[in-house]
Write a protein that binds this ligand. Structure first.
Ligand code: NOJ
Length: 667
């Protein structure tokens, strides 16, 4: 239910000065923003609960011929307050409260008279601000050459981050270090103060701008660093235009940071009037075979995407009640070095052994959807030239969800994956997909800045090292404990197509395994990922024979939902452990996922998150006797107990282990 928008106390104040000072507090007064303009130079600082988090920091942008960070006159300020609640069509949290105090400052550059506004929104759990260039006589087309925004942190906090400007996009292990050890970093950039407060610097609503990375200027001073076009321009635009929001999210605990929805709140409401065609669900795929090396994307006797094999998988998918089957390698262009085939992929022509109409029809007869695939290998012009026909084809045969892919380091002869060129491309494809009523799962994406609020067909994405690294990475795969970092870094703005559901953890099907590739945790941990790492399209990635070989584990995967009414994180410590509980959107049932790093742990959990007055049957899928990620990852024990909101449960997790629990409401 949409609650009415309550906007009160809108006020306007004419200033007309180069000096100004103002304080604006969040609705509960816990967060406080101070703005100072001194001799035409705007600065901000920010505190939480009486403690300074961001010391005086500069604001502004530099255009190729004008510096909009100083020499500014503040003409006007407007303040307002907003308190509204909106409903996500799907997600980790159904209703989200959007409650903030806003101040908008209207500036004019002295001399040349360009106009720029800065808008701040102060939330109880953080801050967002953006720059805006209104329609104006003195500014039409412009190029931003630098962003001046600083985030002057008051201490050398512990941080979790991946470096910007590396090959392989966002697919790196997260570093843990003090701020002082950072050179450049992607956002979300996660920090923990020595007092235990959790912070994240990120951006919201990145749709037509360069993405923001973080550069370290020393002395805990971080600066926005925009990813350039290949000629060095940062942003090309014409007025009216605006930047994404720069955001600082706060969590009193790691779990609070994970359930902080400030970034989503700063995105525009949905442009899809009737989202009823958008669904969540679980999917299998002709996918893991190729990563293991047992089948190929390209043609030949090991070709995976055949009509016959797709039908087999559809039978399996229907039998277990999953939503669909992803088929990769169905279209021509995969032969040879496909990662370099950016100009020859066809997005409409099937290999002769794959009949797209037939498999889609067969799937429909079983209630299973064919999930489409477009690997572009970063051949953007080749893809854009065909994308209308490609979506037409999928729409005609009844495909509702398409996975796209952008393997490659640079795009179109030198553009970064996260510069403005690609930001625009990703946004255009999401819009086009919406016109065809197609949901997207984007691999090698631009980072998530919450545009799923505006385009709820933008379901899920990769943008970090996923399960596939376990199959072929030369370092043997994602290390034990990796999944205890992901929810608090890449996962902060959710959803992540990590592709859980590998049951054959030691990859016995892999023909050659020189790097000892494997999944570095126990099977109970793997099951818990269905709750811990949110995705509305959640993969069941292993081969059918491996999934059916472990019926208890498969039972959990069949039961766990993909759409939630609410999410809570009772206990978590970044890189150590996480316990996440989510309530199903359609029933009274709750689901728990608990994971630990290489340390075995017993956590006593009070179940007060359950509804009062309801009895639940709690079915636990937990590490069995002697389970240990390194030497004995398979023991899995299923146990059912009766509990209610006044009960406590001891969650026992082996080294590298985990626990998954279904709390089924019985009365
Ligand atoms: C990389 C993606 O992450 C993976 O899921 C996909 O199978 C390959 N590219 C081929 O498109």
């Amino acid at each position: 239910m949409m609650l009415p928008l309550v906007t009160t106390c809108t006020s306007k104040q004419r200033i007309g000065e180069m000096n100004y000072g103002g304080l604006i507090e969040s609705p509960n007064k816990k967060s406080a923003l101070t703005i100072e303009v001194e001799e035409g130079k705007p600065m901000y600082h920010f505190s939480y609960d009486g403690k300074v988090l961001i010391a005086p920091s500069r604001l502004g942008m530099i255009f190729n011929d004008v510096d909009l960070s100083e020499g500014l006159t503040l003409d006007l300020i407007k303040t307002s307050e907003t308190d509204t609640t909106w409903t996500q069509p799907w997600g980790e949290q159904k209703d989200i409260r959007n409650n903030y105090s806003e101040i908008k400052l209207f500036f004019t550059k002295n001399g040349s008279s360009e106009k720029m506004n800065i808008i701040f929104r102060v939330f109880d759990d953080g801050l967002g601000f953006r720059y805006e260039w209104p329609r104006q006589k003195n500014l039409q087309n412009f190029v931003i050459t630098d962003e001046v925004t600083e985030f002057n942190m008051v201490d050398d906090h512990t941080s979790w981050w991946i470096g910007a400007y590396q090959m392989n996009r966002y697919e790196h292990l997260f570093n843990k270090s003090r701020i002082s050890e950072i050179d450049t970093a992607h956002t979300p950039f996660t920090m923990k103060t020595d007092e235990g407060l959790h912070l994240s610097i990120h951006e919201a609503a990145l749709t037509d701008f360069a993405s923001m990375t973080i550069a370290n200027n020393g002395n805990n001073s971080l600066e926005a660093d925009l990813v350039p076009w290949k000629n060095g321009d940062k942003v090309r635009a014409s007025a009216p235009h605006r930047s994404p929001w720069r955001t600082i999210s706060i969590g009193e605990t790691a779990g609070d940071l994970m359930t902080n929805y400030l970034v989503l709140n700063l995105n525009e409401p949905s442009k899809i009037k009737d989202p009823s065609w958008i669904k969540t669900g679980k999917y299998t795929g002709i996918w893991w075979d190729m990563h293991l090396g047992t089948k190929t994307w390209g043609s030949g006797e090991d070709h995976g995407a055949t009509t016959e094999y797709t039908k087999e998988l559809m039978d399996f998918t229907a039998k277990h009640g999953f939503y669909g089957v992803l088929v990769e390698g169905w279209n021509t262009g995969w032969d040879g070095d496909w990662a370099a085939n950016s100009d020859i992929f066809s997005f409409t022509e099937s290999y002769p052994d794959f009949d797209i109409e037939e498999v889609a029809r067969y799937g429909d007869s079983l209630g299973v959807k064919l999930i489409g695939h477009h690997e572009t290998s970063t051949g953007i012009s080749n893809y854009e030239a065909q994308v209308d026909d490609a979506f037409d084809l999928y729409e005609r045969v009844g495909v509702e969800a398409v996975k796209t892919g952008y393997v490659g380091d640079f795009v179109e002869g030198g553009e970064w994956h996260h510069g403005q060129f690609m930001v625009q491309h990703y946004r255009d494809i999401v819009k086009k997909a919406a016109e065809h009523k197609i949901m997207l799962n984007v691999h090698e994406p631009i980072k998530d800045t919450g545009i799923r609020r505006t385009w709820p067909n933008m379901m899920t994405r990769e943008g970090a090292r996923g399960q596939e690294y376990n199959a072929w990475s030369v370092d043997g795969g994602n290390p034990v404990g990796y999944t205890t970092v992901v929810p608090f870094t890449r996962g902060l703005v959710s959803p992540f197509d990590y592709t859980p559901g590998v049951f054959d953890l030691l990859l016995s099907d892999k023909p050659e395994n020189q790097n000892n590739n494997r999944v570095h945790h126990t099977i109970a941990h793997e099951l818990a990922l269905y709750v811990v790492i949110y995705s509305p399209l959640q993969m069941v990635s292993d081969l059918p024979k491996n999934l059916e070989a472990r019926p208890t584990a498969l039972e959990w995967v069949k039961a766990v939902p993909t759409d939630w009414e609410t999410t809570k994180v009772p206990v978590a410590e970044i890189g150590e452990f996480a316990v996440v509980v989510r309530k199903d959107r359609n029933t009274e049932n709750w689901y728990l996922g608990g994971i630990t790093n290489e340390k075995a742990r017993n956590a006593e959990l009070d179940l007060s998150f359950l509804a009062e007055g309801i009895t639940y049957e709690a079915t636990m899928y937990r590490d069995g006797e002697e389970a240990n990620w390194l030497t004995n990852p398979y023991p899995l024990e299923k146990k059912t107990v009766t509990v209610d909101a006044n009960s406590t449960l001891v969650l026992e997790m082996a080294a590298g282990g985990g626990i998954a629990i279904e709390f089924k409401a019985v009365n």
